[in-house]
Design a protein around this ligand. Structure first.
Ligand code: MTE
Ligand code: MO
Length: 398
């Protein structure tokens, strides 16, 4: 973590109102390779502030990052970063009028302007992966319900803001507080439907790297990514990274709200599609994952020649320890690229001295410093959450 480079002025005061114009869908299609169902999706470069993105849904926007973007580097550019909203979001936000209410189990409820948030503490930055809990869900077999993502519902950015604990200190956390809950400006379109609110345990809220952020890769958050402020919880799935933050509520006891008590939950043990009643807990931290970005499934490589394979990996909620290229009964350690911090993507590469034939079902396996390692078999669950099975491809030698 380092001190934020951009000033409060550049990030907040200079921005004023940010608004979103309507996108136009093109005719270009991309194949996400989803087994057992429609796999083609349109792509468009016409979402405001976005380059070519895979369109999963227009309103509320759900945009997927093409895998080719992850070839470029460990930081995902803002204009290629995936987008996910559960409900349509406001398309215009007035920074000057924006307030964040801090209340609940606090000593003194407060309502803070953006300037007051920015003045609440030291400005800090953290490089961290924002990954949807359902990333890769569309690859689940048997299929599961929810957005049929390929593996592009993830991205890594440098997030800049103040510590959540410094903002909480403005109100003072009261005795007996257990969790901190967040709400944004987006509200359900359907009467009586639950608002997208999420909470994290107090000990996580107090971490030095959990932020109320306004900066994404040294630019103000765009409206799609939650202008003017969002929560950042490095190592945790992005369902907790509430955008367009407008309310911080300190809780006593459990959180019985819909998106914590009813959804975004994972089984406590292995389940099969036949199982109906099993205990679940809220999804929290991310497991390790790795991807080959240099080659796609079915790619052709030169027989008799050396082969360089490259990609990205992540440790999840702890630093990456190693990445291995794995085949049927063999494995080769990969070389890791520069370390941008425990919560960032890290590049890996490996050179095979000579391709002697087809490389069938090869994959890369990440392991983090706590010993967590990617499994060979999918830990199937009914929402397709937290996919981290080793992703395999086949390369043809010619
Ligand atoms: N206010 C608000 N914040 C939200 C959501 C939402 O629907 N509303 N969706 C969450 C989910 S499920 C994801 S995957 C991330 C996506 O973040 P991004 O759009 O910046 O990539 O935002 C999270 N924060
Ligand atoms: Mo998500």
């Amino acid at each position: 973590m380092s001190e934020g480079r951009l000033t409060r002025r550049a990030l907040i005061a200079g921005v004023g109102t940010t608004a979103l114009a309507a996108p136009v869908l093109g005719q270009k299609l991309v194949d996400l390779g989803l087994p057992g169902g429609p796999s083609l999706r349109p792509t468009t470069p016409t979402f405001p502030g976005k380059g070519e993105m895979i369109v999963q849904r227009v309103n509320a926007p759900v945009l997927e990052t093409p895998m080719s973007v992850f070839r470029e580097g460990v930081i995902t550019p803002n204009d290629r970063f995936f987008v996910r909203w559960n409900w349509p979001m406001p398309t215009s936000v007035k920074a000057g009028e924006h307030r964040v209410a801090v209340g609940g189990a606090v000593k003194q409820a407060v309502s803070l302007t953006l300037d007051e948030i920015a003045a609440a503490g030291e400005h800090v930055s953290v490089v961290a992966i924002n990954q949807c809990a359902g990333n890769g869900r569309g690859l689940s077999q048997p299929r599961v319900t929810g957005t049929q993502w390929g593996n592009g519902a993830m991205g890594c950015a440098k997030w800049t803001g103040v510590r959540l604990k410094d903002v909480l200190a403005k109100a003072g956390v009261a005795a007996g507080a257990t969790r901190v809950r967040f709400a944004g400006l987006d509200v359900p379109l359907v009467d009586g439907a639950p608002q997208f609110i999420k909470s994290i345990p107090m000990n996580i809220a107090m971490r030095d790297d959990v932020l109320v952020a306004w900066g994404m890769n040294d630019e103000p958050l765009s409206i799609l990514h939650g202008f003017p402020l969002r929560i950042v919880v490095p190592g945790w799935f992005s369902t907790y990274w509430v955008k367009m933050l407008s309310t911080i509520e300190v809780l006593r006891g459990e959180d019985d709200s819909y998106y914590v008590a009813k959804t975004y939950r994972v089984p406590t043990g292995p389940v099969t599609p036949e199982d109906k009643d099993f205990p679940t807990v809220p999804i929290t931290t991310m497991p390790p994952r790795a991807f080959i970005t240099s080659h796609a499934d079915g790619g052709v490589v030169a027989k008799g020649k050396p082969l360089v394979l490259e990609g990205i990996a992540m440790g999840g909620d702890a630093a990456l320890e190693r990445v291995d290229l794995v085949g049927d009964g063999w494995e080769v350690p990969c070389t890791l690229g520069p370390d941008e911090g425990p919560y960032a993507f890290r590049r890996w590469s490996v050179t095979l001295p000579q391709v002697s034939g087809d490389l069938a079902d090869i994959g890369v396996r990440a392991k983090n410093v706590t010993g967590a390692v990617q499994p060979d078999q999918l830990a199937w669950n009914p929402s397709g959450y937290a996919r981290n099975v080793i992703e395999r491809i086949t390369l043809r030698a010619k």
